[in-house]
Every structure is written in C-alpha cells, then in structure tokens.
Design a protein around this ligand. Structure first.
Ligand code: WTA
Length: 574
C-alpha cells in the first residue's frame, strides 16, 4: 500500500487487527465485569466504585482545571461524592427511570452529579451550557425531566414555570434564585451535599435499562432524544482500551463537553471504565490554554476534533515550540472528516499520527477507527472495530463493491446501539430501513483493503454535470492552500449543471479577500483535484457556521445562500 503511515513505535506490537477481529467476541468482553454472572449492573459502579475497591482508590480519577480552579479527585473521592449526590436525589424522592438533566459549565460538580444520578438508576440528560431558552425548553419538555442541576447564571434560560414536570432545581453555585416557585422547589448543591450521607446502596439495574439521553438534531424537525442503556459500557470500555489505547499510567484528555456524546462516551465512561486518570479542562479554546494544559498535566493521550486541529494548524508551527508537548504519545480525532493535510501536519509538529475514527450519537461508541497497530491511510476513517460489521449499502440494501459510494450502515446489535428515540418510536424505526441494518445518514466507500472513506452526509453530496463530487474532497483541497483556514462546500441548484459547486472560505490571518485570490483558489482545486470539482463560486467569510462540536454546518450555509429557512439552529456555535 502506498501513501500509508506506519504505526507508531510502541503501538506496532499491539494485537494485530485481523487477528483481533477473527478472535473477537463481546461475550469475552463481558467477563471483564462482575455483572456477567448476576446480570445486574450499574455504569456508575463500573466507572468509579469498582476502582475505589482496589489499589486504584488513591489514584486520581479526575483532574479538573479552568482559569479559577485546579483540583484533583481520587476514585475514592469520586465514589463518596457521587454517593452523596445519589442521596441528595433520593432525599427529594427521585427514583429509578426518572430523567435528571444537567445544564451547567464543565466543573467537578457536573461529573459528580452525573455519576450520582446513574447510581440511583435515574436517566441522565446532559445539556450544553451554551444552549439558549428554546433549546433548553425543547429538551426538558420532551424528556419530562423532573430534576435539573444548573447554575444561577444559566437559570434565566430555563422556562421552569412552563415545565410542569420539572419539580426540582438544584443550583450548583451561590447566586440568587427563588427558594420556591409555585411548582418548582429550589435546592442548593452545597447545602444538600453537606447533609447527605456518603453511604449509598447502588440501584442495580438491568443492562437494558435506560442510562443516558443525548439530544441531537437532524436536518429537519425538533432535536431527537437518543436513548442509551447501561449495556453500552461493553463497547465504551473495549474501544477506549484498544482505540484510545489507554494504559495504567496515562493522563487522558478529551476536549469534548459532556453536552455532546463524545464528552460522555469518551470523556467519562470509556476512560473511567478502564480506570484511567481523566483530565477535564473548563473554559474556552485558545491555543495557549490547550498547549499549556498538555504541558502542565503531561497529557499522554489526547482526543479532540478536526476543527481544533485545523485552528492549531492555522496559528502556525511556531506555537508548538513554546510548549513541551513531549508527553503526548497518542492523538485522536473525531466528529467530522479529518483532512489528510492535517494528518501530515500532525506528523510534523507532534511527531505522531492523528487517529481519525468514526461514530455518531446514535451508535454510542466507536464503530470505525484507525486501529493503532494498523497502517494508516491519511484521509480514511480506518476499519470497523472488531466485533462490528459496517457496510456500504445501495438504496435496496445490497452491499456495494469496493470503490463505490453508498450508505454507510452498521449491522444492528452492537452493544452501545441506541435503544430508542425518546417518545418517538417511529423516528427510531426510520434508522432501520433495511432489515438488520442501521442507516447512519452518511455516505462512504470502502476500498480494496477494507478501509472506509467518508464522502459526506447523504444530503450533502454534489451532483454536477453528471459527476458525483464529495464536498469533503473539495474542502480538503482548499484547506491545503496556504491562505485557507477553513472551507465548506455546497451544491447550489443550477439549471444547466444540476448543481454547481460553491465554496465558502475563511482565510488565515494575514490574507485578504481579492478576485485574484478567488481565482487562484479555483485553479488550485482544478489543478489539484479535478476541473469538475473546482468551485464555480467562492465566497470569503469571516467565519463559517459550526455546531458546538465543531462540524461546519453546510446546510446552514446553503440555506443562507438560497434564502431558505435554516431549520433547527440550537446546536450552532454563537
Ligand atoms: C460525522 C460525533 C467524518 C458524521 C461522534 C456522523 C465524521 C456525525 C467522523 C455524527 C469522521 C463523525 N469523519 N465524519 N471521523 N466522525 N462524523 O452525532 O457525519 O455529533 O454522522 O457524533 O459526525 O455526529 P455526532
């Protein structure tokens, strides 16, 4: 295979992918947990208490850092604090299966509440702190949440007077708030915690009982509540072990917020199921903060998103020279396509491969990945995780031969698969148009060697003059140009060509918009990729609309461009 990157030293001798795949069984993975005998389980026990009962009890589970706080908590600390929080909920009468939502900035209290909620068998619903009122309302209303943990700063965005199910609000800070409103009782986190016992009988639940609700938006309609169950731990544990390659001495940092699935599956569950020391950084992104964090905590395994890597790339390689990043030994990227360009840059500045992998809110855990011991083809998402069958299907559900683009689908039944869409069975069933397969809504192809290549969302692929063009290919090309920080490409209806390619481009500092530059970019794609793939229209913008998890929202650009309604914008970055 040409154009591949060899595994890193230290990872080359991990289990071989083909062997791991041939010998894999989820039943074997179950044996790493005590519950395979009893059938009764609890995610909170397996992430925290289990380790607190071993020598790991004094190991740091959570390092927390932001501009004001710098704290650490051992597995034992986390066990007692989450027990207390479980008791806080029980003391106000909350029971198994009720929905407890979290709407607060990243902080130790957020992680303690989340684990405590699971301990009593309630279903946890994390909300991103930047949501505004409509987004908060939609989610609390649809889930009939009975408890919300929030802060007095965020409270004005919670229309609790109009949410009859919301009986309790727990404020995690000291700011002003009413003590009681007609139907909602207010509590103080500190006060309730100080009154609560640190002994708790965990609620043992069935592995198929509801655990977490993540709301995610599609191209139409209100956000959907994707329900995951405790059984998801099997996959989150094993993928964290093999794909994140977590080892006993690692300091692991996942930059995602728990309001998004990456921030729970791999910001909480995956690392703690493996007993790993987990670093959480609050506050906003800045290159100095991020590199400073890696240096200060000697981060060894780092999981982030392409948009972050592109931003770090845009500020220039000199920035890395001011920091000691030598502790890093494994870097991963997820959430949107990782341009080959960024991977090549990563090998230069970090001396490491950036490992792309693919999954989504609905899959609960990693599905396709660049397995660490496998040669990497930059631009490919990798191969299906052992124990998982992913396929490229046509509209009738037939598997397509290598090289052909089709619907990226997953054979149903993997451990962390969504179990329902909250109160919307019909929407849930739509994920399975072909018997036995989950349809992701992404388009991809698979090559002769079994590597998967992302092509775009089902609705994003461009058909121009009869040629199929994946917007990602064009975007990746544009990003290779020295002036381009980020690019988004859409298909714009055109009477002659069907669609014409339009590119939206944000420039790097030091570059200014000009006709010459636009022409240069057009030629750059034309020369580098294909004439038919060159954008006919290029619009320079100060910024591109993105989701909070960093995905460029092509559909929003398209709607703006064509003067159409933009649909649900609750996941868009300000
Ligand atoms: C996209 C995030 C290209 C894809 C974990 C998917 C990716 C959606 C990749 C899910 C990748 C995720 N390459 N695209 N490696 N990973 N995506 O639910 O379109 O926020 O359907 O889950 O992100 O986004 P979600």
């Amino acid at each position: 295979m040409s154009n591949t990157l060899a595994p890193l030293k230290g990872q080359a001798n991990m289990p071989n992918y083909d062997e791991a795949r041939a010998n894999f069984s989820w039943k074997e993975v179950e044996k790493d947990f005590s519950w395979h005998k009893t059938g009764k389980v609890n995610m909170a026990y397996e992430t925290i208490d289990r380790h607190a009962e071993t020598w790991r009890k004094n190991k740091v589970a959570l390092y927390y850092s932001d501009d004001d706080r710098d704290e650490k908590y051992t597995f034992q600390d986390m066990k007692f604090l989450s027990n207390q929080f479980g008791n806080v909920l029980r003391n106000i009468g909350i029971e198994k299966g009720e929905r407890v939502f979290l709407f607060m900035p990243r902080s130790p209290e957020l992680y303690i509440s989340l684990i405590g909620t699971l301990k009593i068998g309630a279903i946890v619903g994390p909300l991103f702190e930047a949501f505004m009122e409509q987004a908060v309302r939609d989610r609390l209303e649809n889930s009939d949440a009975s408890v919300l943990i929030t802060t007095s700063d965020l409270l004005p965005r919670v229309p609790y007077k109009e949410l009859p199910h919301l009986k309790h609000i727990i404020l995690a800070d000291e700011g002003d708030a009413p003590d009681v409103d007609k139907d909602t009782t207010f509590h103080r986190y500190e006060l309730e915690m100080s009154k609560a016992s640190s002994d708790l009988d965990i609620e043992w639940v069935d592995r198929e009982d509801g655990m977490i609700l993540h709301y995610t938006s599609g191209s139409t309609g209100k956000p959907k509540g994707i329900l995951h169950v405790h059984n998801a731990m099997l996959q989150q544990y094993q993928t964290a072990k093999w794909i994140l390659d977590l080892k006993e001495d690692d300091i692991y940092w996942c930059t995602a917020d728990p309001g998004w699935v990456t921030g729970t599956s791999y910001g909480i569950f995956g690392p703690w199921l493996n007993g790993t020391s987990n670093l959480i950084r609050g506050g906003r992104f800045s290159p100095e903060n991020w590199y400073g964090t890696i240096e200060k905590y000697k981060v060894t395994v780092w999981l982030s998103a392409p948009t972050a890597f592109r931003k770090l790339m845009a500020i220039g390689d000199d920035a890395t020279k001011d920091f000691d990043l030598n502790s890093l030994r494994h870097v991963l990227s997820v959430g949107e396509p990782l341009n080959a360009e960024v991977i090549h840059w990563g090998t230069k500045v970090y001396n490491l491969r950036i490992h792309d992998h693919w999954w989504m809110t609905e899959t609960g855990g990693i599905i396709i990945a660049n397995y660490p011991s496998m040669p990497m083809k930059p631009g490919s998402m990798g191969k299906p995780f052992p124990g998982i069958h992913a396929a490229i299907l046509d509209n009738e559900g037939n598997e397509l031969p290598p090289g052909q683009m089709g619907k990226l689908s997953v054979k149903s039944g993997w451990p962390s698969m969504l179990r329902n869409v909250w109160k919307n069975e019909e929407r849930f069933n739509k994920y399975f148009p072909v018997k036995g397969f989950f349809e992701s809504g992404d388009l991809a192809s698979k090559d002769e060697d079994g590597y998967f290549w992302f092509e775009g969302r089902d609705d994003d692929v461009i058909q121009t003059s009869g040629e199929r063009v994946g917007p990602f290919e064009v975007e990746s090309k544009l990003v290779e140009h020295p002036s381009v920080a980020e690019a988004a490409v859409i298909g714009k209806p055109d009477p002659v060509r069907g669609e014409l390619i339009k590119a939206f481009v944000a420039l790097k500092d030091g570059y200014t918009e000009s006709e010459e530059l636009q022409e240069e970019l057009r030629l750059f794609v034309k020369k580098g990729l294909a004439a038919h793939a060159a954008p006919r229209e290029i619009e320079i913008r100060d910024f591109l609309p993105k989701t909070r998890s960093g995905k460029i929202m092509r559909r929003v650009l398209k709607a703006w461009d064509l003067d159409l309604p933009t649909g649900d914008l609750s996941t868009m970055e300000e």
